[in-house]
Design a protein. Structure first.
Ligand code: CMC
Length: 389
């Protein structure tokens, strides 16, 4: 039937109006609330970017202090939720744990919450932004069998995350400022990206009026896939598998072969058809971090640079406008910071939480908001009668 527009993958459907993030894919432009990502990544910290995404303007120093203090009020998890981790196998993928634990937050914040009330929505936003680093670090500690490290509110947001990841009861951990700055930049670059698959998932789940913590858990589930946030982990695994510069061509040829499902991970984007501005910033951070840490001869970084060069000169990638995306370099940076590969996508989830919450809040506050309810083109059997018995 021709009643509905058929648009698989929503390639040409605007699902919503939004004033948060703007992308011009042909020009490689990304703006948060009008500000270019290049300026935000070099002149702001993640807390300022969170404030901007949620409120529409950058904070002055009083507003920033207040914001940071409120986030700190919410960094702890309910002790019952801490126990929740124990139900998982130790070797569970951290994203599986994140989906479960973040979803379980809805059991703690539900009865007394009214999503029609802006104050309640704001409080949920603070809780989510504050608790995600704690949950992410606990997912890691659980996986490696170390005791949980509780948040330390004397530290900044990003330093606190690194502290919860890497401190042990036996050893203090003082985050290196270069590492903290690089991690902060990773968070800024992943903070929002308009109506990507996970954000659209959060909006769709939230459009029914569902609990926001459960909706964010749905976003985490969607982010996990290798075509979306899981690409950073998949990209690093791919680089490890290639292993040597001499084998790059073999993998490029596989990526071009229509009969081989293999794709070059960290390459291509639905919207960016010229370059991904986040990839440029991430490549720059990668150079900085590896130089500062004395890792400039890093095997995988050299391999990545060479792979990028060869792909960018190849007709297949040129004609299909396939460029490195943010995930191509973020894995190498995270690895240099000591984050294990299996945690890369969880770090992405932690960063994207502010974007999900800002978009959810924008949707709920929109007077035109309706439940999301796509239609379909039915291709099944027409009406028929059951056989006579
Ligand atoms: N390697 C080889 N070929 C590719 C790749 C790739 N990475 N990406 C796209 N193509 C080809 C694809 O086979 C198709 O060819 P054809 O037109 O002959 O069938 C053409 O390029 C267009 O691809 P598509 O799958 O129709 O494009 P899409 O907009 O649906 O998919 C994408 C975008 C990002 C899912 C895809 O490029 C991809 O799978 N990339 C690898 C995974 C990845 O790096 N994802 C991270 C995206 S950025 C961060 C995030 O969103 O989380």
């Amino acid at each position: 039937s021709g009643l509905f527009t058929y648009d698989p993958g929503f390639v040409s459907t605007a699902s919503s109006k939004s004033a948060i993030t703007f992308i011009d894919g042909d020009e490689g432009v990304l703006l948060y609330r009008g500000y270019p990502i290049e300026q935000l990544a070099t002149r702001c910290d993640f807390m300022e970017v969170c404030y901007l995404l949620l409120n529409g303007e950058l904070p002055d120093s009083t507003q920033k202090n207040q914001f940071v203090t409120t986030v700190k009020n919410h960094t702890m998890l309910h002790e019952q939720l801490v126990k929740f981790f124990g139900g998982f196998r130790r070797d569970a993928h951290p994203m599986a744990v994140m989906v479960g634990v973040v979803g379980a937050l809805s059991a703690f914040y539900h009865e007394a919450m009214d999503i029609a009330d802006a104050i309640h929505r704001e409080e949920s936003a603070f809780r989510l932004i504050a608790k995600l680093p704690t949950i992410t670090a606990m997912a890691y500690k659980y996986n490696i069998g170390q005791p949980f490290i509780y948040p330390h509110n004397d530290l900044g947001y990003t330093e606190n995350f690194l502290y919860m990841m890497f401190a042990t009861p036996a050893e203090k951990y003082v985050p290196n400022p270069i590492i903290a700055r690089a991690m902060d930049r990773i968070l800024i670059l992943h903070a929002d990206h308009e109506q990507n698959a996970s954000t659209s998932t959060v909006r769709l789940a939230g459009s029914s009026g569902a609990n926001p913590f459960a909706c964010i858990s749905a976003g985490i589930a969607c982010l996990w896939g290798p075509a979306h946030g899981g690409a950073n982990e998949a990209c690093l695994n791919m680089l490890e598998e290639i292993g040597d510069i001499s084998r790059i061509n073999e993998y490029i040829n596989r990526a071009k072969d229509k009969n081989d499902p293999f794709r070059l991970m960290g390459f291509g984007h639905r919207v960016y058809k010229n370059f991904d501005p986040r990839a440029n910033l991430m490549r720059e951070t990668c150079h900085e971090v590896l130089n500062e840490l004395g890792l400039h001869n890093d095997r995988l970084f050299k391999l990545a640079l060479e792979l990028e060069k060869i792909a960018l000169e190849d007709d297949y990638f040129i004609s299909k406008k396939l460029y490195p995306n943010v995930d191509f370099y973020s894995g190498i940076v995270q690895r240099a910071l000591g984050i294990p590969t299996s945690m890369f996508t969880s770090v992405f989830a932690m960063a994207r939480t502010v974007g999900w919450v800002a978009q959810w809040n924008e949707m709920i506050s929109d007077p035109e908001q309706k439940i999301g309810r796509p239609r379909q083109l039915y291709i099944g059997t027409p009406r028929r009668d059951m056989p006579k018995s």
